[in-house]
Design a protein. Structure first.
Length: 321
């Protein structure tokens, strides 16, 4: 009779099994591994599940080349994955360029490389409950609306996050129990990054002031908001179906709907028309063509588009030069 696994190891394995079951038990998956405790514990758990008639498991390590010795860090992570017995282990080297600062550029490069290398397989990411709490706080602080406060989804193909209900301390304990040596990313201690200060300054202070339980409470709030948003999105989709008049929308169908529902419907319609990166201000201006109609002119939108109201319909066309 085999000995029971360490409780932390068992918790991570259960989380992986539940996620894969919710995804329909795919026959192959890829685990994105940075070399840190979260992704190493996730890779070990996924390999264990795969050994029990589960999926084939690939390990994908992204070398961003942003730190001295990054290639050696990636190689060490690859060695540990090979020792775990993953079916396929690859290091993906990316070039980090573009707008938005190094964090945003690195994220874009990483996700693009992972998506391409996974070739349609589900990609498991090691985000934990603590990461979810940080995401919610960032959304609150930036006033980004309910979607950002709702945090990350556990299953958002091709991405999957089995550990969103697992605390970071559990992944560290799982690695220690399995004899795995995580890499400590120095960027995770760099106070230039807002998320780092949230992790090491803001959340500990909140835990002290509110006497604990802050991270789980924020994660629960995110889960509740995701349920609410799913319901509102379904109602907004039904509203669009009723309001469609070819490429336009019928104003009378929109007028009776609550503004929050109208704006969701308008976001979908305008995005389909080719308007990228819509802000709350854009949506409120477009919604005023329905809920606060005073004969005003068109609303300029990203992508060189203009939303107008004429003859009881909303239209969205290219701006005239």
């Amino acid at each position: 009779m085999s000995a029971k696994p360490h409780p932390a190891v068992a918790e991570v394995r259960v989380a992986v099994r539940r996620l894969l079951a919710s995804a329909g038990d795919p026959d192959r998956v890829a685990v994105a591994v940075s070399g840190g405790a979260d992704s190493l514990a996730l890779a070990a758990a996924t390999r264990h599940v795969g050994d029990r008639a589960g999926p084939r498991v690939a390990g994908l390590i992204v070398d961003h080349g942003l730190q001295a010795g990054s290639a050696a860090v990636a190689a060490r992570a690859a060695d540990q994955l090979a020792e775990l017995g993953l079916d396929d282990v690859r290091v993906l080297t990316v070039v980090v360029t573009g707008a938005g600062g190094p964090e945003a550029a690195a994220r874009r490069a990483r996700y693009a490389a992972l998506r391409e290398a996974a070739a349609g397989a589900l990609v498991l990411l090691g985000h934990t409950r603590d990461d979810q709490a940080e995401t919610v706080l960032l959304g609150l602080g930036r006033g980004s609306g309910p979607r950002s406060i709702a945090g990350m989804r556990a299953l958002d193909p091709p991405w999957a996050r089995p550990l969103l209900d697992v605390p970071r301390a559990t992944t560290a304990a799982a690695c220690a129990a399995l004899g795995l040596t995580p890499w400590e990313d120095p960027h995770n201690r760099d106070p230039r990054f807002a998320r780092v200060r949230l992790r090491h300054e803001v959340l500990p202070l909140l835990e002290d002031v509110l006497r604990g339980g802050v991270a789980p409470a924020l994660a629960r709030t995110a889960a509740q908001l995701r349920d609410d948003l799913a319901a509102l999105d379904q109602l907004a989709a039904e509203l669009i179906v009723r309001a469609r008049a070819g490429a336009d929308l019928c104003v009378t169908e929109l007028t009776a709907a609550p503004p929050a529902l109208r704006r969701r419907a308008l976001r979908t319609w305008l995005t389909e028309a080719g308007a990228p990166e819509l802000t709350d201000a854009h949506l409120r201006a477009a919604d005023a063509l329905v809920g606060d109609w005073r004969g005003q002119g068109g609303v300029a939108l990203p992508g060189g588009l203009v939303a107008r109201r004429a003859h009881g319909r909303l239209t969205c066309d290219r701006a005239e030069c």
